[in-house]
Design a protein around this ligand. Structure first.
Ligand SMILES: Cc1cc2nc3c(=O)[nH]c(=O)nc-3n(C[C@H](O)[C@H](O)[C@H](O)COP(=O)(O)OP(=O)(O)OC[C@H]3O[C@@H](n4cnc5c(N)ncnc54)[C@H](O)[C@@H]3O)c2cc1C
Length: 302
């Protein structure tokens, strides 16, 4: 979608928005799939309510992009613009057992920054690409931990109230790859409370998690992590593997040979290829196991 409305174009600079017309989302997502649209990079949090109410009143639909590591974006010219936060520097501050982190901060850098201040707990998140905002929205987790366990406060733009608010941790529910935030809430910053742990001990945990990832995931290939959520008491990857579907492909979209719940873009896969592969695998799993797998990857298709 191209912003052509002169009222919107004129307002963007004063709202602190960097306007990048015709941006390729394939270049901004880890799957390297996605068409083009206008990207609006937000440098001033205070201007978000004014920006979003302007877009709403002028009929410009939008979506929020973090690091693009859990997204499958449609092909061609996209029917909405994309909003992305620009982090200010520094974007992480530690005081005692608390870390105050901006949503646009890189998740891996946050884990290592906290580790260097002898704050642990998030070792499992090392190797999870993307931003802290994306991790909050999805309640990212791995190896028995999830970010939600450490969240004490979230500053966010509440679409329903049209203003920036702060929620306490106990006002938010964090479940397996699901949170109680409204779909149009925008995470701006988080306060984490982390357990004290000596840096060398945290580093040991980080190395173990890195090893596990290297041994089981196609890390050098373009993916969005796990495509499906694990159903209660079962493993989506194991079911797909048991059906012998590793290597199954539609065009350049392929079920990874290394991890059956990772689907990779092995060349020039389109969203159409990837969606067809996802549908095929989902149908075969349902036929054989009677389980309809739920997407973990967020699909922006139209
Ligand atoms: C190799 C690989 C390994 C992975 N391993 C794991 C893993 O072990 N565990 C795990 O949980 N995930 C994993 N993932 C998936 C992904 O990295 C996480 O879900 C990550 O937290 C997504 O963050 P992001 O910033 O990239 O979000 P994006 O992909 O940009 O967005 C994901 C969703 O969050 C929303 N969003 C992003 N930022 C904001 C914001 N500021 N406010 C409101 N909504 C926002 C988007 O609108 C979208 O709905 C992996 C991915 C890859 C490629």
């Amino acid at each position: 979608m191209r912003i052509e409305n002169p009222k919107v174009v004129a307002a963007l600079p004063e709202l602190g928005v960097q306007w990048k017309p015709g941006t390729s989302l394939a270049a901004l997502t880890s799957l390297a799939i996605g068409g083009t649209t206008d990207l609006l990079r937000i440098t001033k949090h205070d201007s978000i309510p004014a920006l979003l109410s302007l877009l709403d009143t002028e009929g410009v639909p939008y979506k929020f992009l973090g690091g693009g590591s859990n997204l499958l974006v449609g092909d061609g010219e996209l029917p909405w613009v994309v909003l992305q936060l620009v982090s200010s520097q520094p974007d992480i501050a530690v005081e005692g057992n608390f870390a105050q982190v901006e949503a646009a901060a890189d998740l891996g850098r946050t884990v290592t920054f906290c580790a260097k201040h002898d704050l642990g707990g998030m070792e499992g998140l090392i190797g999870v690409p993307g931003t802290v905002g994306g991790a909050l929205r999805m309640n990212a987790g791995a190896y028995g931990m999830q970010i939600g366990s450490y969240v004490r406060q979230v500053k966010l733009y509440r679409a329903a109230a049209r203003k920036i608010e702060t929620l306490e941790g106990d006002q938010i529910s964090f479940e397996y790859r699901h949170t109680s935030f409204a779909p149009d809430d925008m995470m701006l910053a988080v306060k984490l409370e982390l357990p004290s742990k000596a840096y060398p001990e945290i580093l040991k945990g980080i190395r173990i998690c890195n090893e596990k990832r290297r041994a089981s995931q196609p890390l050098g290939q373009k993916s969005a992590g796990c495509i499906f959520k694990n159903p209660p008491g079962a493993s989506a990857g194991r079911m797909i593997d048991d059906l012998g579907l590793k290597g199954l492909n539609v065009g350049d979209a392929r079920v990874s040979d290394r991890h059956a719940n990772f689907f990779v873009n092995a060349g020039k896969a389109s969203a159409k290829d990837m969606l067809a592969l996802i549908a095929e695998v989902r149908e075969r799993v349902q036929k054989s196991f009677g389980i309809l797998l739920e997407h973990e990857v967020v699909v922006w298709n139209g």
